[in-house]
Design a protein around this ligand. Structure first.
Ligand SMILES: Cc1ncc(C[n+]2csc(CCOP(=O)(O)OP(=O)(O)O)c2C)c(N)n1
Ligand code: SF4
Ligand SMILES: [Mg+2]
Length: 293
């Protein structure tokens, strides 16, 4: 699908209060164009919940519900089953942040995936708990400075690497999983469309650079997302029942150093720390592509 083929109708509209340059509204708006009007959306606490539904404003034109941080996977399972029971059709979608996916909601997510519930789970990944003031999550990359891993005299930012959530979901052997980025819109739309038309549990994981938390110029969100893909910090791929069916290989691979430039959260990184981050990328590359980077 090309951008010009996207349906006109919007189900996620203006009236939200996201920061300038935040990719999350564009991610959700474009997904919703494809998911369509017969969609029910559940969201736990996160930026999306706050910026799209702060009373008296609401940016949604479909039923939009809020559940606890822990239970996106269970809530979407229950609604999908209830709809099936009463013979009604709806696409049930949960949209959670990385905190709500990698950490707090992983149990309910894993259970729903293992049961192969007929739902779509979306994680928009801004690599920290942004809504509550930029605390580190299991998704925060090595070295990033957050308010709970502040780079200073005691620690040089986060000491652990980012958890590979996409691989954890692939290991569930679900009908469809894919990683997406706003820097690759055609790939993004095709994967969303594919997810919509598959039955069973579907997992979409979108990279979502956060100008506020990562401290970069809000005009650079797409550029940073593109550099993440080009450097291998973010890998675009899809899998069906655990088998990788498509993987994007950057034509020209750039060093991690290029990607972290201009992001305040990495400003303090020493050459040794950059090397450590590069080693993580190289290990991931080898694992996913089955060859040396
Ligand atoms: C059980 C529980 N713990 C903590 C909170 C407070 N809280 C609300 S939003 C949020 C951050 C969410 O982070 P993430 O899921 O990554 O979404 P983001 O804000 O980054 O979009 C936290 C910690 C909560 N609502 N419920
Ligand atoms: S803090 Fe980051 S993720 Fe949250 S609305 Fe602002 S730019 Fe978007
Ligand atoms: Mg987050």
């Amino acid at each position: 699908m090309n951008i010009k083929d996207l349906p006109e109708e919007d189900y996620f509209t203006s009236g939200h209060t996201a920061c300038a340059g935040c990719p999350a509204p564009a991610i959700v708006r474009n997904m919703m164009k494809i998911f369509g009007k017969d969609t029910i959306v559940y969201t736990p606490a996160n930026c999306l919940l706050v910026f799209s539904g702060t009373y008296p404003y609401l940016a949604w034109k479909v039923p939009y519900l809020h559940e606890a941080f822990e239970n996106t996977g269970s809530c979407i399972s229950g609604v999908a089953r209830a709809y099936k029971k009463i013979g009604k059709k709806a696409l049930v979608v949960g949209i959670a942040g990385d905190g709500g996916t990698y950490d707090i909601g992983i149990q309910a997510l894993s259970g729903a995936a293992e049961r192969d519930e007929d739902v779509i789970y979306v994680c928009y990944d801004n690599e920290a708990y942004m809504n509550t003031g930029i605390q580190r999550s299991g998704s925060t990359p090595y070295g990033a400075s957050t308010t709970t891993t502040p780079a200073g005299k005691k620690i040089p930012g986060k000491l652990r690497h980012k958890k590979d959530m996409a691989e954890i979901m692939r290991a569930h052997e679900i009908p469809y999983m894919a990683t997406l980025s706003i820097s690759h819109p055609k790939d993004f739309l095709n994967k969303v469309e594919k997810a919509k038309n598959v039955k069973g549990f579907r997992y979409l994981h979108v990279f979502s650079p956060c100008p506020t938390g990562w401290r970069f110029d809000p005009s650079k969100s797409v550029e940073i997302a593109r550099k993440a893909v080009q450097s291998g910090m973010w890998t675009l791929y899809e899998a069906e029942y655990g088998e990788i069916t498509g993987i994007y290989k950057p034509k020209k691979k750039i060093p991690v150093e290029e990607y972290i430039k201009g992001q305040g959260r990495f400003r303090h990184l020493t050459p040794e720390m950059i090397e450590e981050l590069q080693r993580w990328v190289d290990r991931k590359w080898k694992r996913l592509y089955g060859e040396e980077p």
